[in-house]
Design a protein around this ligand. Structure first.
Ligand code: SF4
Length: 241
């Protein structure tokens, strides 16, 4: 699996290879069971039921890092944050920030396109209860590491959605950039900001766009707008448009 990830010469090759990964028995069983049973509202649809690749442009300056696909969202539609409430909130915010061409994300063929941005998950298969194990996170890490490696020439800022994605970022500094992660590891929080030397992307923390956060008002549209405005600024997009 590691070899397949590191061999991928571009994002299209990586996306094709990851969609064919069976390395985590528990997650493979879950993604396929969800796809077979389906939710009543989607009973007439064919679920993707496989690992969900990253989405966005190859020359991204901003990467958005999530936790894992949702069982009836990305695992159904085959595109990350697509077809669920979390995606509704995220893509509306990206559209307001000028980073997406439309405010909705409902299906893989809905003509959504991102600007300057790539979205990926730390774990590529939908986990039970949205909780991948640390071992599953580590098994899946080579896919994320290669993805970041491929967009490394342009990448300036990483927005991590939630503490899990924040934690998944730091090992990547050594694996992809060859630099020692900061010690102690910076703590996650909404609005947390870390910058190292110029060779590595700056990191922003943002509460996850889960319903748990957005329905309770813990994460508001205004808070998301502030994060993406800051990401745009740090990525140098305010100067370039
Ligand atoms: S979680 Fe990652 S490593 Fe595990 S089966 Fe899915 S794609 Fe493969």
């Amino acid at each position: 699996m590691l070899a397949r990830a590191t061999r991928a010469g571009d994002l299209a090759e990586l996306d094709g290879a990851v969609a064919d990964c069976f390395a985590c028995p528990r997650l493979v069983a879950w993604r396929e069971e969800v796809a077979a049973v389906r939710r009543a509202a989607f009973r007439d649809q064919e679920y993707w039921g496989r690992p969900v690749p990253g989405f966005g442009v190859p020359d991204a300056r901003i990467a958005i890092l999530g936790l894992a696909p949702a069982a009836h969202g990305g695992n159904r539609t085959g595109r990350i944050f697509t077809g669920d409430r979390s995606g509704d909130v995220l893509f509306a915010a990206l559209h307001r920030a000028g980073l997406a061409n439309q405010p909705t994300s409902v299906a893989a063929d809905d003509c959504l396109a991102l600007r300057h941005t790539r979205i990926a998950a730390a774990v590529r298969c939908a986990p039970p209860d949205n909780k991948p194990s640390p071992a599953e996170r580590d098994t899946c890490a080579p896919w994320l590491h290669r993805e970041i490696d491929l967009i490394r020439p342009t990448l300036r800022v990483v927005v991590t959605l939630g503490a899990f994605a924040w934690a998944a970022w730091w090992p990547l500094l050594r694996q992809v950039y060859g630099v020692r992660p900061p010690t102690p590891r910076p703590g996650f929080g909404h609005g947390a900001h870390w910058s190292g030397d110029e060779a590595v992307p700056q990191v922003l923390g943002c509460y996850h766009v889960s319903q748990q956060n957005t329905f309770t008002g813990r994460l508001t549209p205004t808070m998301l707008d502030e994060v993406f405005a800051r990401a745009r600024h740090l990525a140098g997009l305010d100067e370039d448009g």
